[in-house]
Design a binder for this molecule. Structure first.
Ligand code: SAM
Length: 239
């Protein structure tokens, strides 16, 4: 039985993540990721967010819009299990879901209203830039934080790898440090790469490949080393 609902985007998320590769698997893993939830007409009314500033965190319900066309399957291969084992789609946080809905808790830094624009300043999101937001709710610790809950295959945060910067990358980084368009860039790069974004099946091998993640309008190039991950270069995005 389907129901007729006019679900529409109430906002769009602006994030540093311009491609899916490299986005953390869950929110809160890279707190240096700063962005905004920009409310869309006709929801961009100051009254609609009145009192929101009294909460420290928000739930964002959103649409995995870049995966909708791919549809969904009853079972998926969670990356955490190395891509080998299958679980039911509802037993995972897969991005390929019947209604394509995701949910993330993010930190709220401020509510900005200016000339008809209403935007929520946030951090720690795991969303692609431009992701449609279908609902915004305050996080309520007494009922949302269940400290003794069992986390199944996702009981612990991912193990982090060491991230270093080549001399060239370090110099390039310094030229961005004071630029307000790239807030906390070094921490963001470190936080994203410490998750080792490669697919699980790649992680076992030594890997000579040159990788790239897109953050803001930059391509961050990196390689795998004995010690972990080395950032080799930052360059203006080729996209
Ligand atoms: N916290 C959410 C949840 O549990 O529903 C999302 C978890 S999902 C595993 C996080 C991944 O979704 C990110 O690493 C990224 O690859 C993907 N993603 C984020 N925004 C997306 C979008 N708009 N369309 C498709 N995939 C997206």
């Amino acid at each position: 039985m389907s129901f007729n609902s006019q679900i529409q985007a109430v906002a769009y998320c602006r994030t540093p993540y311009k491609q899916k590769f490299g986005i953390p698997r869950q929110p809160g893993l890279v707190s240096a990721a700063r962005g905004f939830v920009e409310l869309a007409p006709p929801f961009n009314q100051i009254d609609a967010v009145r009192g929101l500033e009294q909460y420290s965190h928000l739930w964002l319900l959103f649409c995995f819009h870049e995966n909708l066309a791919a549809g969904w399957k009853t079972t998926v291969r969670p990356p955490r299990l190395g891509g080998n084992e299958k679980l039911g789609v509802f037993a995972t946080r897969s991005t390929f879901r019947p209604n394509g809905i995701g949910q993330s808790v993010v930190k709220l830094h401020g509510v900005h209203t200016h000339k008809g624009k209403v935007s929520l300043e946030i951090s720690g999101m795991d969303l692609l830039d431009g992701t449609p937001i279908i609902d915004i709710k305050p996080y309520i610790p007494f009922s949302d934080a269940i400290t003794d809950a069992k986390g199944g295959i996702a009981q612990e945060a991912p193990v982090l790898v060491d991230v270093s910067f080549s001399e060239k990358a370090q110099q390039q980084l310094e030229s961005y440090q004071q630029n307000p368009d790239y807030p906390r860039l070094a921490e963001l790069i470190e936080g994203v790469l410490a998750q080792d974004p490669r697919p699980a099946y790649k992680k076992a091998k030594t890997d000579p490949k040159l990788y790239q993640v897109a953050l803001y309008d930059l391509d961050i190039l990196w390689v795998i080393t004995e010690a972990g991950i080395e950032v080799t270069e930052l360059r203006a995005s080729q996209v």
